[in-house]
Design a protein around this ligand. Sequence first.
Ligand SMILES: CCCCCCCCCCC/C=C/C(=O)SCCNC(=O)CCNC(=O)[C@H](O)C(C)(C)COP(=O)(O)OP(=O)(O)OC[C@H]1O[C@@H](n2cnc3c(N)ncnc32)[C@H](O)[C@@H]1OP(=O)(O)O
Length: 288
Amino acid sequence: MSLKQLFRQPMLRAMLGRQHIQALRSMTTQSDKVLVDLDPKTGVAVVQMNRPPVNSLNLEFLSDINNTLDKLHNDKSCRGLILTSSNNKVFCAGLDIMEMYQPQTDRLTEFWKTLQNVWMNLYGSRLATIAAINGHSPAGGCLLATCCDYRIMVQNFTIGLNETQLGIIPPFWFVDSMEGVVGYRQTELACQKGLMMTTDQASKIGLVDEVVTPEVVLQKAQNEMVSWLKIPDYARQLTKSQMKMPNINKLRARRDEDVQHFVNFITKDSVQQALGFYIENLKKKAKK
Ligand SMILES: CCCCCCCCCCC/C=C/C(=O)SCCNC(=O)CCNC(=O)[C@H](O)C(C)(C)COP(=O)(O)OP(=O)(O)OC[C@H]1O[C@@H](n2cnc3c(N)ncnc32)[C@H](O)[C@@H]1OP(=O)(O)O
C-alpha cells in the first residue's frame, strides 16, 4: 500500500487525528525510504528506515537520511528522534556492499562523504536520539545505533562492528562511536575480532541499554524519550555537545584524508577480491 493510500485509511485517520496526519504528510513527501512521523504534541519524530530488503545504506538512501535529519533539526517543534526500521528482522544491514564492489571513484567518494555527513548529523544531533533496534544491526547499522543517545534492542538479534571479518577496517570514527558507548577495552575486543554480538551479549557490555520483546520496542522507546525530554533542551544539548564535539572535530579535521584512505583501500585488488567472495556467500546464503 502506498503512503497516499495509507493516509486515506479511516482507522489511521481516527487514530492519529488531523493535525498528526498533516505532520506525517509534510514529513513523508521527501522520501519513501525514510518514513517520518513527527508528533506535534510531543515533538518526537519516529524515523523508520524503509529500504527493502535489509535497509543497506547506499548513496541515495544516505542522502535521504541526511535530508530528513536536516529537516527535523530545522523544525523547532521537534525535540526527540526515535530511529527504527520498517523491517522487523533487520534494523540496518550496514553499508550497501554493492557501493564498494567494482566502484566508480566519483560515486565512491560521494558515498563516503555522505556517510560522514550522516554520522556527524546524527552523532551531533541537537535532538534526544533513541535507537529502537528491531532487528539485526551489523557494521554501518551498529554505527547508526551508536550515534544515538540510548539504545533499546529486541532480543535474539545481532549487532556489532564486523568489518574485520569482511577483510575491511572500521574507520576511526566508527571506533570512536563504539568507544563512547562501551569504553576502550570492549571496543578493542569487539572491533579487532569483528564480533557480532547477540542482543544479550551486547547488553552485558553496555552496547544496548535495554533488551525488550518485539511488541513493545517502540512503546519502550517512547517511554524512555519522555524522561529525556523532561530535561531542559539547552542543558541536555550543551552537555551532549561537550561530550561529542571532540570526536566530530576529529573527523572534520581529517575528512579529506579519511575519504582518500577509504577510496584507496576499497579499490585495492585484494579488498575487491575479499568483497567479491563476501557478496557471493551472502547471495548463496540468501538463496538457501
Ligand atoms: C588505514 C585506514 C583505512 C580505512 C579504510 C576504510 C575501510 C572501509 C570501511 C568500510 C566500513 C563498512 C561498513 C559496513 O557496513 S559493510 C556492510 C556490512 N554488512 C554486513 O556484513 C551484513 C550482511 N548481511 C547480513 O548479514 C544479512 O543480510 C542480515 C543479517 C542483515 C539479514 O539477513 P536476512 O536473512 O534477513 O537477509 P539475507 O541475508 O537473505 O539478505 C537479503 C538480500 O539483501 C542482500 N544484502 C544483505 N546485506 C547487504 C548489504 N550490506 N549490502 C548489500 N546487500 C545486502 C543479500 O545479498 C540478499 O540479496 P539477494 O536477495 O539479491 O541475494
